[in-house]
Write a protein that binds this ligand. Structure first.
Ligand code: HAM
Length: 429
């Protein structure tokens, strides 16, 4: 029978890999909590209009990449292509704005975009993201960027470039959009069809088009930094001062506009040469207009998201070491059914006291059991047979040193094992 394979652009995370995932996720959670963020979990699918209104009708994500379908009740739903929209919805729906400001949320979530799958560009990928509501201060932007920066440090990721830009507010952007529209109008014939329609509705989106011809034209387009109003210029200066004050290096890159519509003022990306074509591992910025646009009171906000698959690709390329997998601490081998029953009882008692214990769950012979114990890296083994059951005592073997000790099966087995393994740990230093 034909084996059904995993879907294009999706991948299985096998145990060897999932340990790495757990490690980076633990670091992310720890760093988020340290920075005062608390976890939010929002559904994988939402009302399609949520993304149309926030991410924006003219973006690649909404125009080309959403997993949108009608559910059995005839509602149009979409698998989340990113985490910000759901966080904003939940912020409004649950009145989180009534709590003390700023409200700081983080999430680890799968995301779905129907993209041309390639290394680092997946249809199902995972984001660690943070969102902060209620601060308009430039120092909040700097603090958020410094947070991402220190997160990479904690993960031993090197050689990332931080690129920052300001894309202004609706006031200065209006002027800029006019200049941009004039520039692209002169080159309209060479633009892709989608960009031609963007020219009328949102010329800034052309700057973000993945079509090579459009990208080439976009490279010569006017820069928003030349059009910033005084307020936006001052804000950007203070973000830079904030970054300077904590020694976070950056490059001002006026071509960074981000692929989503909700941004205002500061935008930033962390890029790596270890990622090939998909060089951005983390992106974010301010979105001061979004909460109001989604039906809330005006609320300045900002955030970023980091792609976990891309992060792990960089870590792999940079050969960042991960700790060894936890190995079985004690394996019970047995001869016969009664001994297996006893092994089961003792393994349960050990597990209850937090020891990773194993016994034979397959019914194989003693030799095969011992081979298996070697393969899973068991630190100690105990062989149980009729004699051991009769006398109520067995030998416990340290697999590293070959040393054996007597152990009582009937009295406080877990306590005796704790003493033996602590002694072995002490000796190995
Ligand atoms: P984004 O730049 O679209 O921003 O995505 C953030 C990160 O998700 C990217 O830097 C990348 O690492 C990862 N990513 C995006 N698409 C893919 C893909 N197809 N395959 C693998 N990884 C991918 C956002 O999503 C914003 N919501 C970030 C944000 C939060 N802005 C403010 N708050």
């Amino acid at each position: 029978m034909e084996l059904i394979k995993v879907q294009r652009g999706t991948q299985d995370i096998l145990p060897e890999q999932s340990r790495r995932w757990q490690t980076v996720e633990d670091v992310m959670r720890g760093e988020a909590e340290l920075n005062g963020f608390r976890e939010i979990r929002t559904p994988v699918f939402e009302d399609t209009r949520l993304f149309q209104r926030s991410v924006g009708e003219t973006t690649d994500v909404v125009q080309k990449e959403m997993y949108t379908f009608e559910d059995k009740g005839g509602r149009s739903v979409t698998l989340k292509p990113e985490g910000t929209a759901g966080a904003v919805r939940a912020f409004l729906e649950h009145g989180l704005y009534n709590g003390p400001a700023p409200v700081k949320l983080y999430y680890l979530t799968p995301c779905y975009r129907y993209e041309h799958a390639q290394a680092g560009r997946l249809r199902e990928f995972h984001q660690f993201g943070v969102e902060m509501f209620g601060s308009a201060m430039p120092l909040a932007d700097a603090a958020l960027i410094a947070f991402a920066h220190s997160l990479f440090g904690r993960l031993y990721v090197k050689n990332l470039k931080l690129k920052i830009n300001s894309i202004g507010c609706p006031v200065c952007r209006a002027e800029y959009t006019k200049a941009l529209a004039a520039y692209f109008a002169e080159r309209k014939d060479r633009l892709c069809e989608t960009c031609r329609s963007r020219l009328e509705r949102n010329p800034m989106r052309i700057l973000d088009c993945k079509n090579p011809e459009c990208a080439e034209i976009a490279a010569g387009a006017p820069h928003i930094l030349d059009y910033l109003c005084d307020g936006c210029r001052e804000h950007f200066e203070q973000v830079k001062t904030g970054l300077d004050s904590v020694g976070v290096g950056y490059e001002v890159d006026p071509t960074i506009v981000r692929g989503l519509d909700y941004y205002t003022r500061t935008v930033f990306e962390f890029v790596s040469d270890d990622l090939g074509a998909q060089s951005t591992v983390c992106g974010g910025g301010r979105y001061d207009g979004l909460v109001e646009q989604m039906g809330g009171r005006p609320t300045p906000a900002l955030g970023f998201a980091l792609g976990i698959e891309r992060l792990l690709m960089i870590m792999e390329a940079q050969k960042v070491g991960f700790s060894e997998p936890a190995a079985c601490e004690l394996y019970f081998a047995n001869i016969g059914d009664a001994a297996r029953q006893e092994a089961f009882r003792l393994a349960c008692a050990l597990r209850e006291s937090g020891v990773e214990a194993a016994f034979d769950e397959t019914g194989r012979g003693l030799n095969a059991q011992m081979k298996y114990a070697g393969k899973i890296g068991a630190q100690f083994t105990v062989v149980l047979g009729d004699d051991e059951l009769k006398t109520g005592a067995a030998k416990i073997k340290n697999m590293k040193t070959g040393e054996t000790k007597k152990i009582d099966l009937k009295n406080d087995f877990a306590g005796q094992f704790a003493a033996i393994s602590t002694e072995a740990d002490d000796l190995s230093f």
